[in-house]
Design a protein around this ligand. Structure first.
Ligand code: SF4
Length: 378
């Protein structure tokens, strides 16, 4: 019997500086910190493989995220991937993604990453207008995104994602459409387009509070989302998740693993894992992470065993983000488990949710309220 999909996530916690909107756990990059971290991470990979006896279970996706993984040298990323291969069995068509900030990577780095087996580049473009980047405190320039994509293609990468955000301070519908049109000229295979959200305790939140920056306009974000669907649809991209679009055959396998509530192991500070019905997470502190691994202890801080009902709840909540939706029997079983039958009927009556007998999915209007609906069905 083929084993169910299984993936690895490696969290590289460094960035050169913090963007104004970012609330993620991260550390500012220093070379010596990075060297110690890479040693700890390699140790964690080996220890984890021993502990979870998953070495014989084929890995279908490996994802280097952050932070900014490409703050590390290409040689360090390559060494980490070799360590993964040493302890785990990767399928022959394993998707191996690395996230990159366009200004932290050179053409030689891209050649080295491609030759060492990375198969997918994910560039954090965010906008194709320099003014937008400046207004969110995002380092780098649009010209660096253009160069990085062309160098990635020259290095051999055929699977390239661009991350974009809309609803940025002072961004208009016209300038958002310009950003998308410019992206389309780069011909990525995948585009992620997220609405800007204002997280607490970020520089953006305090700028808004001091009226130095406008708060996101929900109506404008909805118009931008609709424009995204139209423009990317017309250009041959299939929307397969609330915020994700891909050319046929290029949906991100690793992210699909999360949205189908599949299993994965996470490495690095703050990384989360899900295996055998247990969610567990690493300590979100680099010093504590290093200390734990120096003592050959896995740096796991939280561990929660999910009941069968909770596992089904997560399958429903994550799966409703997918355009194809979920089996209707899952939705109705979950509604029965959690007393959500009335809410489910209301969502159907309001045409935020639809059913075709076998599958249930959010409608176009429902997708605009995906987070709220997820909260109601939790
Ligand atoms: S590059 Fe990404 S992880 Fe780093 S500060 Fe900016 S948004 Fe946050």
């Amino acid at each position: 019997m083929p084993s169910s999909p299984f993936g690895l996530y490696l969290h590289i916690p460094f960035c050169r500086q913090r963007c104004d909107f970012c609330a993620f756990y991260l550390e500012i990059y220093h070379e010596s910190r990075a060297e110690t971290f890479v040693r700890s991470l390699m140790h964690e990979i080996g220890l984890s493989a021993q502990q979870y006896v998953t070495a014989s279970r084929p890995i279908q996706s490996v994802y280097f995220g952050g932070g900014t993984p490409t703050t590390l040298a290409a040689a360090q990323l390559t060494a980490i991937l070799s360590e993964v291969r040493k302890h785990f069995t990767l399928t022959s068509d394993c998707e191996i993604t690395v996230e990159a900030h366009p200004s932290t990577i050179s053409d030689q780095d891209l050649v080295q990453l491609y030759q060492s087996g990375f198969t997918r580049m994910s560039f954090g473009a965010e906008s194709m207008e320099d003014g937008d980047l400046a207004r969110i405190g995002r380092p780098g320039a649009v010209s660096e995104t253009v160069t990085a994509v062309s160098q990635a293609k020259a290095a051999g990468f055929t699977n390239i994602n661009l991350d974009l955000m809309y609803g940025l301070p002072d961004q208009s519908l016209v300038s958002w459409k310009r950003t998308m049109a410019h992206c389309l000229t780069l011909e990525p295979t995948h585009l992620s387009a997220y609405a800007l959200t204002v997280e607490e305790d970020t520089r953006l939140a305090s700028n808004i509070q001091r009226q130095q920056s406008p708060a996101p306009d929900e109506g404008l974000q909805i118009a931008m989302d609709e424009a995204t669907q139209r423009m990317l649809g017309d250009a041959g991209y299939e929307r397969y998740e609330v915020s994700n679009y891909a050319k046929p055959g290029y949906a991100c396998r690793h992210n699909l693993l999360y949205w189908t509530n599949g299993e994965y192991l996470g490495f690095g500070p703050s990384a989360q894992s899900y295996l055998d019905g247990i969610r567990f997470g690493n300590v979100a502190d680099l010093a504590a992470y290093n200390t734990s691994l120096a003592a050959s202890r896995l740096p796991i801080e939280d561990r929660t065993r999910l009941s069968e009902e909770e596992q089904l709840r997560d399958t429903v909540i994550f799966g409703l983000r997918l355009i194809r939706g979920i089996p209707s029997q899952h939705l109705h079983q979950h509604a029965a488990n959690y007393g959500h039958a009335t809410i489910t009927e209301e969502l159907l009556a309001q045409q935020l949710l639809e059913e075709d007998g076998e599958r249930s999915r959010l409608t176009a209007r429902g997708l605009l309220q995906a987070d709220t609906i997820a909260g109601q069905l939790y």
